[in-house]
Design a protein around this ligand. Sequence first.
Ligand code: GLA
Length: 332
Amino acid sequence: MTCPDHRRMLRVLAAACLAWVGTTVLHAEAPVKIGFLVKMPEQAWFINEQKAAAEAGKKEGFTVVNIGTPDGEKVLAAIDNLGAQGAQGFVICPPDVRLGPAIRARAKQYDMKFVTVDDQLVDGAGKPLAGVPHLGMSAFKIGNQVGQAIADEMKRRGWKPEEVGALRITNYQLPTAKQRTDGATQTLLAQGFKPDRIFDAPQRSTDDEGGFNAASPVLARHPDIKKWVIYALNEETVLGAVRATEQLRLPAADVIGVGINGAGEAFAEFQKTQPTGFYGTIAVSSPNHGRQSARNLVNWIRTGQEPPADTQTAGTLMTRSNWQAVRAELGI
Ligand code: GLA
C-alpha cells in the first residue's frame, strides 16, 4: 500500500471508531423525559413531591415535566402533551382513582410506562390496576398512629371517652383515605372510645375547604358535645375542620385534631404563638415519595426492570414540640 492509501484507511477507521463511540455514548445517555402529574398542584405535599422529582432528574440525568391534573380531562390532555414531547412515561397521583382503565389506554397509545404515587388507580371492579407499580403510605398503620396520638393526648388531658365526640372526615371513594381513617378508628375503639360517639363527615375534596365544609354541619348538629377529636386522610382536611371548630368558638383546649402528611400547612400551624386545636400530624417524607417514584419509573424505562408492585412508606408523629427535628430527619 502507498502512503496516501494508508492515510485513507486510517481516516476511514477513525471515522468508523468515532461513529461507534458516538452511538454508544448516545445510547448510554439516551435522554429520558417523564411527566409528574398530581391532582392538587397547590398542596404542599404535591409541591414537595414534584420539586424533589425534578431535583433528582437534574442530578441523575432525566427531565421531569411537572403538570397539575385536577380532573380526568386534564389528565388525558397531559398524557397527549407528554406524548407529543416524546416523554417515555409518567408518575401520577390521579384526581380520581377510577380513571384507571382510561389512563392505561391513553398511555398505551404513546407506548408510555407509568407508575402511581399516593393514590392507587383501580380497574372496573375496584381492584388495584394490574401492572401499574405503586408507591404510597402504609395507610392503615399510619391511621393506627393517628388513633394512638389522639388517645394518648386525650389521656394526658384527662378526657373521658364518653364525653368526647370524634369527627371522622371521610372520602370512601379513595381507598387510601378509607384505610387511613379505618386504622385510626380501630385504635380509638381499642383504647375505649365508644362507636356511637364517632360521627362521619363526608368530604368532597381532600383539602382545607373540603375539611371545613364537611365538618361545619356535623359540629352544628351536636351543640351538646363540648370536646372533639378530629381525624381524616390528611392534615389539610383536619386543619379545615379545626377552622370550623374555631368558627363555632370551641376553645382550642377542647379540640384534638391529628392529621397526616407533615408538609407546609402543618409547619405554619406549629409556628403560631398559641396552640390551636391542631395537635399533631403523622409526617411522611413527601420529597422521598416524589424522588423514589420518579427514580423507579426512570429505572424501568432505562433498564426494563419493573418497579415493585406496591411500596409502602412509614410515618412519624410530629407535634409542636418536635416538628423541626422530625422535619429535618425526613428531609422535608
Ligand atoms: C393523598 C392525599 C394527600 C397526601 C397523599 C399522601 O393523595 O390527598 O394529601 O396525603 O395521599 O400519600
